[in-house]
Structure formats: structure tokens, C-alpha cells
Design a protein around this ligand. Structure first.
Ligand code: GRG
Length: 303
């Protein structure tokens, strides 16, 4: 019989398990070209909350019979979770480059281009992307579902998703965006990858259309909530707790939920989105308990 595990213990097991899987899925540091492989490992291992990986697992388990995945589904979830973490890590490396956000601190350590050099940081990001798709291609699931997974991740990372959102963000510095422009930018830049994480879990688990609908509505709410909270933390948390430079948005004159709505309204919006996430997964019942707890974690987090 399955025993109930507290959410904190489950999340920590996700973080530790993901670290171990990512370590195994990535080329060894001494494999040629060693400097590039070392840099890729520096970007991915030893940090990060692994929220996207946890969303993949929680969504997958929510759609499995009695919340229990077969060994093949579990192996596919490992690859899907690692794939989203690789794309996420690449995006952080490129975002930190001098031509973009020009940051020197990430996950409490020097950014990749500072620790290595800019060309290596570009290449490490470039190499992490195809590795993510290689992992998806290697999932032990029906080929049609594997193709859907590739399409979902490609769209989320591309110009209709994260890369497009980043382009809008770069073009918006110093401009006042209205509420809907701000939402579009953030749903593309940040929300798309979080939504893809939830969708991938459902695809891997062979979710029904009712389950997929519930997951999509949940993902939209947590995708936006994540960014609203990120904007709040930028003004309320310090650099040491964040592991990245606090106050960057205001210093860079970036449009954020706090600058658009004020701190109190931004906090109220985060709570509303948390409620919406809970409501969306009600049809999934008890199997969605970790998804519900992840919505709370995303809204209540301090880093
Ligand atoms: C370069 C194509 C390209 C895209 C960059 C992700 C991104 C787009 C920029 C990162 C800048 C940023 C701070 C965005 C806000 C939300 C966000 C993605 C925060 C970082 O994610 P966390 O908090 O990071 O999950 P960890 O380190 O915990 O994995």
C-alpha cells in the first residue's frame, strides 16, 4: 500500500532525484570537449528549486491510476522533467549574458559567463537545448505521445513562448505596458515553460481530455502566479535569499506586476491565481494533491 508522504518530503525527493538524473543524463565533465561539458554541468547541477521538474511529476502522477505510475511512465517522466530543467537552465545562462540582462550572480554563484567566458556560455546554452529534445525522443512511451511532447516543449521554448517573451521584454525596457501587454509578455517568457511542464506530465501519463483540460487551466494560473511572485520577490527579498541580484527590475526600469499594480494588488493577484489553480484541479480529486501543494509553494515561496 502507498503511504502518504508530506509535501515537503516529496518535493525534496523530487529535487534530489532530479539532480541525480540530470547528472546521469548529461555528458561527463571529462568527456571531450571537456570545457563545454563542464560548463553545461555548472549551469544545470547544484542549484535551482526544480519547480518545473516537480510540476512534470505532479501532473503525471495526478493522471495515473491511483496516482501510481508504471516503471516505464516513471522513466518517461524522469526524461520529461530533465528536459524542461535543461531548457530552463539554458534560458538562465543566456538571460544572464551581457547582451541581455548582464548579471553576475545566479543560484548563489557567479553566472556562467563570469565563471567561464561568454562564448562558452553561449555554447553551453546552445548544447543544452538539443540535449533536452534528445531526452524527449528517448522516452519509453507511444511514439505519437512522444511527438506531442516534442511539439509542446518546442513551442513553449520558441518564438511563440519563452524566446518570444524575452524579445518583448527586451523591447519593453523603459516603456509602460498596459495590463494585457504585461500578461502576454510574462505568459510567453515565464508562463509558457511552466505550462509546458504541466502539459508534459499529462502527455506522458496518457491523460484523458478531461484531465488535460484541468491541467491546462491549472497551468495557466500557476504560470502567471509564478511571475507575479517573482516580481514581488524582486522588491521584497534580498540578494542572499534569492541567490540572484535583487532589485534588478526597478534598477533596469523593467515593466513588472509591482510597477503596474503596486505591491498590495500584486500580492492579492497572486492569491487569486492560487485559488484559481486549486479550483482548476478539483475534478482530478486526491491524485492532484501535489499539484495543489505546488500552487501554494509557488505563491508562498521566499526565493
Ligand atoms: C534567453 C531565450 C531566453 C529566455 C530567457 C527565463 C528567462 C527567459 C529569463 C530569466 C529571467 C527571469 C528572472 C525571469 C523571471 C522568472 C524566472 C524564469 C525565474 C527563474 O526561475 P526559477 O526561480 O529559477 O525557477 P531556479 O534557479 O530556481 O531554477
Amino acid at each position: 500500500m502507498k503511504t502518504a508522504v508530506s509535501f515537503d518530503a516529496w518535493l525534496q525527493a523530487c529535487v534530489d532525484g532530479m539532480e541525480h538524473k540530470l547528472d546521469a543524463f548529461m555528458p561527463a565533465a571529462d568527456e571531450t570537449p571537456a570545457r563545454l561539458h563542464e560548463a553545461m554541468r555548472y549551469a544545470v547541477l547544484g542549484g535551482g528549486k526544480r519547480v518545473r521538474a516537480a510540476l512534470v511529476y505532479a501532473a503525471g502522477h495526478a493522471c495515473c491510476n491511483a496516482g501510481t505510475a508504471s516503471p516505464a511512465t516513471e522513466a518517461a517522466l524522469d526524461r520529461a522533467a530533465a528536459a524542461v530543467e535543461l531548457i530552463h537552465a539554458y534560458s538562465l545562462v543566456h538571460d544572464d549574458l551581457p547582451c541581455m540582462d548582464d548579471d553576475t550572480l545566479r543560484r548563489g554563484r557567479p553566472t556562467l559567463h563570469v565563471r567561464y567566458d561568454e562564448a562558452t556560455a553561449m555554447l553551453a546554452g546552445d548544447a543544452l537545448q538539443p540535449l533536452a529534445f534528445e531526452l524527449l525522443a528517448d522516452m519509453p512511451i507511444a511514439p505519437a505521445l512522444g511527438l506531442q511532447a516534442v511539439q509542446v516543449l518546442a513551442r513553449a521554448a520558441g518564438s511563440a513562448g519563452m524566446a518570444g517573451g524575452q524579445a518583448i521584454d527586451l523591447a519593453s525596457v523603459g516603456r509602460v505596458l498596459d495590463g494585457s501587454e504585461l500578461q502576454t509578455m510574462h505568459m510567453m517568457k515565464t508562463g509558457a515553460m511552466l505550462m509546458a511542464s504541466v502539459a508534459l506530465g499529462g502527455i506522458v501519463a496518457g491523460a484523458s481530455s478531461m484531465q488535460r483540460q484541468a491541467l491546462d487551466a491549472y497551468a495557466e494560473a500557476v504560470g502567471l502566479a509564478f511571475q507575479v511572485v517573482d516580481d514581488i520577490l524582486d522588491v521584497t527579498a534580498d540578494t542572499a535569499s534569492l541567490g540572484k541580484t535583487a532589485g534588478k527590475d526597478a534598477a533596469g526600469n523593467k515593466p513588472t506586476y509591482v510597477s503596474a499594480l503596486g505591491l498590495d494588488e500584486a500580492q492579492a493577484l497572486a492569491q487569486e491565481l492560487r485559488d484559481a489553480a486549486h479550483e482548476a484541479i478539483a475534478p482530478l480529486g486526491a491524485a492532484a494533491a501535489h499539484l495543489a501543494a505546488l500552487a501554494d509553494y509557488i505563491v508562498l515561496r521566499k526565493r
